[in-house]
Structure formats: structure tokens, C-alpha cells
Write a protein that binds this ligand. Structure first.
Ligand SMILES: *Cc1c(COP(=O)(O)O)cnc(C)c1O
Length: 230
């Protein structure tokens, strides 16, 4: 199947699920996760109307952003784990980072964000169900970290991101997504400009939309299987 076919199916599916879940029209964006995929694949997605892309690896993402530098209408999200020695590349090249889980990283990103660019758009990553994972903060750390991030001049806090542990039982899967929804509401009640809840991948997209996701992150169903695990 072609990338453009895949995308139009996904747009339709997102719209149908949103409608059934009583979500406003266009409340849910599709982030096309293009990690490991060549620029030709991204070009096809752009031709099909996709504008928002997610990359996991700093160097690979920076090369693609440079390749598409003339296209000012694209939005690039960094969605991988970030080490402090790579913050400058993210600060100088990406529009968004979804995986902030340490104040030190946030401070570096703010210091390194070039003055001529708009503030870097930030999501805090929450470790909602996968205690094994080293990424993301515990829910009770959210408000203190959000407060510190909101004081950084070159960052703009927009919301939360999570990668819940896959569960075979949909009811179990829903528990984590509902916890994220409540955290998001708490964040919204405490800070201005919070509008983005990034959760939902291929397997839990529908439940994520029912639980208030505003951005689903899909790779394989857009671009096909990856050659190596990303
Ligand atoms: C790779 C990745 C995705 C997309 O995964 P697929 O299984 O290819 O749809 C979504 N979110 C994150 C954080 C990822 O790293």
C-alpha cells in the first residue's frame, strides 16, 4: 500500500473515532513517525498533505530537517530519549520536543534555543505504566517540573506525552490512558496554554482518542515496517 493511501485511511479513521467519542472536529492530530525512513518517504507523505513529523534519533532528524529546510510549513517533533550532550542540536533544529523529563535538559534547551527562532514547544514525558522504562517522570513530579519549565524563557510548555506499556487487555490499557487524561486536566488547571496530550499509537489509538488524546503518533501504519528496531 502507498503512503498516501495509508495516510488517507488514518485521517479517516481518526475522524470517525473522534466523532464517536464526541471530540470536536480536528481535535486530534496525526504525528507521522518517520524514524529510519528515507526523505523520499517523507516527500510522499508531504504530497499527501502530512505536515507534522516525529523523529527519535537526533542526528538522523537533523539531517532530514536540513533536507527540507525550504519547507517552512513542516513541523518537526523530537520524540526520542535525549542525552544532555545532544540538547544543542535539538534546540537549534526541532520545533517541538515531547520527551522532557529532567530539569537539567530543559534548562540546557532553553539556553541553547536560538533567539531568532520561536520558543521550543515542550511536552513533559510521564512514565505512566512502565516502571522498567527509564524515560519519563512519575506523575507526582509533574507539577513541580512544569513550574520550573514554565519559568524558562525559551521554552513553551504545551502538555504531556506518554508511552503506556502495551496491555493485551483493553480495559487495562484504558486505565493508563485515563490516568494521563486526569494528569493533563490537572496541568491545564494550573498553567496557561496547555493544549497537547500526545498519546496513542497503532494499537491503542482508538482508546487514546476516547481518553482525550490530541496527538496520536503513528509510524509503521504510515510508512510500512522499519528495517531495524526504532
Ligand atoms: C516509533 C515510535 C512511535 C510509532 O511506532 P509505530 O509502531 O511505528 O507506529 C510512536 N511513538 C514513539 C515515541 C516512537 O518511538
Amino acid at each position: 500500500m502507498s503512503i498516501s493511501h495509508n495516510l488517507s485511511q488514518l485521517y479517516q479513521q481518526i475522524q470517525q473515532v473522534s466523532q464517536r467519542a464526541n471530540r470536536p472536529q480536528n481535535a486530534v492530530k496525526l504525528l507521522a513517525v518517520s524514524k529510519t525512513k528515507p526523505v523520499e518517504a517523507i516527500e510522499q507523505a508531504i504530497s499527501a498533505g502530512q505536515r507534522v513529523f516525529g523523529e527519535n534519533y537526533v542526528q538522523e532528524g537533523v539531517e532530514k530537517i536540513a533536507y527540507f529546510a525550504e519547507r517552512k510549513d513542516l513541523e518537526w517533533h523530537f520524540i526520542g530519549p535525549l542525552q544532555s550532550n545532544k540538547t544543542r542540536l535539538v534546540a537549534e533544529n526541532f520545533d517541538w520536543i515531547q520527551t522532557v523529563d529532567r530539569l537539567k535538559i530543559a534548562q540546557r534547551l532553553s539556553e541553547q534555543r536560538p533567539a531568532e527562532l520561536p520558543p521550543l514547544q515542550v511536552l513533559i514525558q510521564i512514565n505512566i505504566s512502565d516502571e522498567e522504562s527509564k524515560s519519563g517522570i512519575a506523575p507526582e513530579e509533574m507539577l513541580p517540573l512544569a513550574k520550573r519549565i514554565s519559568e524558562l524563557p525559551r521554552l513553551q510548555l504545551r502538555g504531556l506525552m506518554a508511552i503506556p506499556k502495551p496491555e493485551s487487555d483493553p480495559a487495562q490499557q484504558k486505565i493508563a490512558l485515563q490516568q494521563m487524561q486526569r494528569l493533563f486536566q490537572t496541568l491545564q488547571a494550573n498553567f496557561d496554554g496547555i493544549d497537547t496530550l500526545s498519546m496513542g499509537m497503532s494499537d491503542d489509538m482508538q482508546t487514546a482518542i476516547e481518553c482525550g488524546s490530541t496527538m496520536v503518533r503513528i509510524g509503521t501504519a504510515v510508512f510500512g515496517a522499519r528495517d531495524y528496531k526504532g
